[in-house]
Design a protein. Structure first.
Lengths: 109, 116
C-alpha cells in the first residue's frame, strides 16, 4: 500500500533550527513535495525534490534519499510566523499526490 | 503567477440543500484540477481528479452522485455538494496543475462549508 509517515507535532524555539522528517512508500515515485499550511488556510508550496540530495531555498531546505524513501524539511532561524502544519506528499507513478497527515510545528519565544 | 481562486470562501446552508463551489485558475490553463476535503486536524483527502471536457475520476468511497464535478473549461471547475448533510461540513480545497516544469499543484484558498 501507499503510506506517508511524519511526526504529528513538534515544538521549537524562535531563532533555532528544526528538522521535520518524512518517510514514504508509494507505487512509483515522481517527486517529493513539502507544503506549509496555516490553520484555516490552504496549503502553499515550499519545495520539490526528485533527485537525491539537498535543495536549499532561503531559510528552508529539503533533502531526499530515494533509496531510503526518506525526506526532511529543515527550517533555520525560526520565526513565530513559521508556526503551521507542514505536509509531506509523494507523487506516485500516476502523478497523484499521496499526502502525509502533516506535522504541526509550534514555535515558542 | 499560478493563482487559483475559489468561491465562496465560506458557506452556511440548511440540511438538504445543494451547494456549488467554483475553482478558477486565474493566470494559467489548468490541465488537471483536484478536489480535496479536509476535516479538522486531519490531512488532505483527495475526492476526485478532473480534466477539462472529461468525466471526473473519483476516489474510492466518494459518491459521484453526491459530489458532482464539472470541468467545463481549462480555467474553471465546479464542485456541487447535493443534498448536503451536517456530516458534509468540512473544508473543501481545490488545486490545479498546468504545463509547468514539474507537476506542482497550486491550491485555491479553500471553502469552509457548514451544514446546519
Amino acid at each position: 500500500g501507499q503510506n506517508i509517515d511524519q511526526p504529528t507535532e513538534m515544538t521549537a524555539t524562535e531563532g533555532a533550527i528544526v528538522q521535520i522528517n518524512c518517510t514514504y512508500q508509494t507505487s512509483g515515485f515522481n517527486g517529493l513535495f513539502w507544503y506549509q499550511q496555516h490553520a484555516g488556510e490552504a496549503p502553499t508550496f515550499l519545495s520539490y525534490n526528485v533527485l537525491d540530495g539537498l535543495e536549499e531555498k532561503g531559510r528552508f531546505s529539503s533533502f531526499l534519499s530515494r533509496s531510503k524513501g526518506y525526506s526532511y524539511l529543515l527550517l533555520k532561524e525560526l520565526q513565530m510566523k513559521d508556526s503551521a502544519s507542514y505536509l509531506c506528499a509523494s507523487m506516485d507513478s500516476n502523478y497523484q499526490l499521496i499526502w502525509g497527515a502533516g506535522t504541526k510545528l509550534i514555535i515558542k519565544p | 503567477g499560478a493563482v487559483v481562486s475559489q468561491h465562496p470562501s465560506r458557506v452556511i446552508c440548511k440540511s438538504g440543500t445543494s451547494v456549488k463551489i467554483e475553482c478558477r485558475s486565474l493566470d494559467f490553463q489548468a490541465t488537471t484540477m483536484f478536489w480535496y476535503r479536509q476535516f479538522p486536524k486531519q490531512s488532505l483527502m483527495l475526492m476526485a481528479t478532473s480534466n477539462e471536457g472529461s468525466k471526473a475520476t473519483y476516489e474510492q468511497g466518494v459518491e459521484k452522485d453526491k459530489f458532482l464535478i464539472n470541468h467545463a473549461s481549462l480555467t474553471l471547475s465546479t464542485l456541487t455538494v447535493t443534498s448536503a448533510h451536517p456530516e458534509d461540513s468540512s473544508f473543501y480545497i481545490c488545486s490545479a496543475t498546468g504545463l509547468f516544469d514539474y507537476n506542482e499543484q497550486f491550491f485555491g484558498p479553500g471553502t469552509r462549508l457548514t451544514v446546519l
